[in-house]
Design a protein around this ligand. Structure first.
Ligand code: ADP
Ligand code: ADP
Length: 227
């Protein structure tokens, strides 16, 4: 677990004159669930990708657990990510998909099996471990993506619209499930969404973004001027 400190972050994409992030600063406490909320194009994903190390800031800095990670490669940041389109490997069984990040860490097989069983149980995937993704529903596939993200003990969990490809009913049930799981793990989480009710129900803190800036940052109950 770790806190995240973002200082005066500015991002201008090459070839652009606009600031996709315009002087963003925030502190995300250890174990906190921070939601980045705002309309399409306001800079949420850009901020998340810089925390991840998938984009470099134009200026400013990011520290995770007191360690400056601004220019540190992705694989050294000890974080897990879940994206909008569940990036599961279609030709690999559920078991293998969940085990994937552990294999790159070269853990012993017995240890891998134990962790996969734990994550599968938490996400109610145990009966599906030997299926292929095509044999699962959309909701189950997205569970696989979440199981894969939590199976490693990451300091930080980053999620970009992880529920947006699910139908409305699934989105609601999986939302409360996600909240429960993340609370149980206590991992510092940054969660991107344009969905106000999702933000207000999930976040410990909600950062409302507009035109690259943070326009409000407060607990959900204090977010009055809804975007
Ligand atoms: P959001 O996640 O809130 O929808 P983004 O962070 O994706 O917003 O985008 C913020 C701004 O940066 C938008 O104006 C978008 O067009 C621009 N942008 C995003 N990614 C790129 C990119 N790779 N190259 C150039 N401009 C980009
Ligand atoms: P896939 O069929 O998706 O390619 P693999 O055969 O690569 O999956 O297996 C993924 C991982 O799961 C491997 O580490 C393998 O040892 C383990 N595994 C596969 N089948 C079982 C099983 N029935 N019980 C326990 N572990 C298994």
């Amino acid at each position: 677990m770790a806190d995240i400190q973002i200082n005066n972050l500015v991002k201008v994409y090459p070839g652009s004159t606009e600031r996709a992030n315009d002087d963003v600063s925030m502190t995300i406490a250890d174990g906190q669930f921070m939601v980045l909320l705002g309309p399409s194009g306001c800079g949420k994903t850009t901020l998340l990708r810089q925390i991840a190390g998938l984009e470099l800031p134009t200026s400013g800095s990011i520290a995770i657990g007191g360690r400056d990670v601004t220019y540190m490669p992705v694989h050294q940041r000890n974080l897990s990510m879940v994206f909008q389109s569940y990036a599961v490997f279609p030709h690999r069984r559920v078991r293998h998909n969940i085990a994937f990040p552990l294999k790159t860490k070269k853990l012993p097989q017995a240890e891998i099996d134990k962790k996969v069983a734990w994550a599968a149980d938490l996400l109610q995937l145990t009966p599906y471990l030997d299926r292929f993704p095509a044999q699962l529903s959309g909701g189950q596939r997205q569970r696989v993506a979440v199981a894969r993200a939590i199976v490693v003990d990451a300091d930080v969990l980053l999620m970009d619209e992880p529920l947006s490809n699910l139908d409305a009913l699934l989105r609601l049930s999986f939302r409360s499930e996600l909240k429960r799981i993340v609370e149980q793990l206590g991992t510092t989480t940054v969660y991107v969404t344009h969905d106000q009710s999702e933000a207000l129900s999930l976040g410990d803190q909600v950062a409302v973004m507009r035109s690259g800036k943070v326009s409000q940052l407060a607990p959900p109950l204090d977010i009055y001027d809804h975007p």
